[in-house]
Design a protein around this ligand. Structure first.
Ligand SMILES: [Zn+2]
Length: 315
């Protein structure tokens, strides 16, 4: 059967004869946890040379990791990827939906981070082995959905030193031609996310080498921000002050980020409408309520046969 080329969002859990539809990816959606304390803060240095964005994504990352049941290194990379998707959207496409995708090496699976302009954040972990492999052959893909529905995307190989930070930095340079310095991090304690976040510093056009050298030197202390994330004082404001210590800057707007899916029953049903008539008839033949779980947030939807029949008539 044909399915949407977009990322698999929903897994159909089947009952009885509905088995044929198991593992069918659907576009769907949801609503889950919100926490206003995750924020993204923007600033610009007063010399006009740099744009700086700092983010706290602790709750969003924790929620997505727990929903996906990710553990170990996979959870850390997934958390970093979620923060990277937020930083990328905020700097390059604040009004567009951004998906950041890691396709692991050695057919190890993929990680998907999905960042919505509203601040809603969700993700998918699809492993084929025990852990995602960011070794040679792994790639980072970034996609933004334009208002027309067209998708603008680019791909970069995960650099040898590995990690999401290095991958996003390489992507910004090669696909966006924007010189950026950044770091993302996810800190765990006893397997639970206790802090997550990151920053991105972008060199604005037509700035000389002087300010760049000063900033590059300054950011050497922030190549990994795990120590900052683990600091009890950590907030986007605090991190901004640390990054730009002694450098005049102006704070700009602040926005919120949270773990929240955008699936709903209407989307689930719309996705079913894209199935072939044969598939729908097959589903109906069981005459049982169809259970569909959103793959991002694991929310269950129950679609009654009557609702399906209406769809069948339309198709
Ligand atoms: Zn959902």
């Amino acid at each position: 059967m044909s399915v949407s080329p977009l990322a698999a969002e929903t897994r159909v859990k089947c009952k009885g004869d509905g088995v044929a539809l198991c593992n069918t990816p659907f576009r769907d959606y949801i609503r889950a946890v919100t926490d206003p304390s995750d924020t993204v803060l923007r600033a610009i240095t007063d010399d006009g040379a740099f744009r700086v964005i700092t983010a706290r994504t602790t709750n969003a990352v924790r929620g997505a990791i727990e929903a996906q049941g990710a553990t170990g290194e996979t959870a850390r990379h997934f958390g970093d990827l979620l923060t990277a998707s937020v930083l990328f959207r905020e700097t390059m496409a604040p009004n567009l939906r951004v998906q950041a995708i890691i396709k692991g090496a050695a057919n190890s699976g993929s990680l998907i981070a999905d960042s919505h302009p509203s601040g809603q954040t969700r993700g998918l972990v699809q492993l084929k082995g025990d852990e995602i492999d960011l070794g040679q052959g792994a790639v980072l893909q970034l996609m933004r959905t334009l208002p027309s529905g067209r998708i603008n995307q680019g791909v970069v190989e995960v650099p040898q030193q590995g990690g999401i930070t290095q991958s996003l930095m390489a992507y910004m340079q090669s696909s966006e031609q924007v010189f950026s310095m950044l770091a993302v991090g996810t800190v765990f304690e006893g397997g639970r996310v206790v802090s997550a976040g990151g920053y991105m510093v972008q060199l604005l056009p037509e700035v000389g080498r002087g300010p760049l050298m000063v900033m590059t030197e300054r950011l050497r202390d922030f190549e990994s921000i795990d120590p900052q994330l683990a600091d009890p004082q950590f907030t986007p404001t605090w991190l901004l002050d640390e990054l730009l210590y002694g450098m005049p800057f102006t704070r700009l707007e602040e926005s919120s980020v949270r773990f929240e899916c955008w699936c709903d029953e209407l989307r689930v049903v719309s996705a079913l409408a894209s199935l072939s008539r044969d598939d729908l008839e097959h589903l109906l033949s069981s005459n049982e309520v169809l259970e569909i779980a959103c793959e991002y947030c694991k929310r269950d939807f129950r679609i009654a046969p009557a609702r399906l029949r209406g769809l069948l008539e339309q198709s």
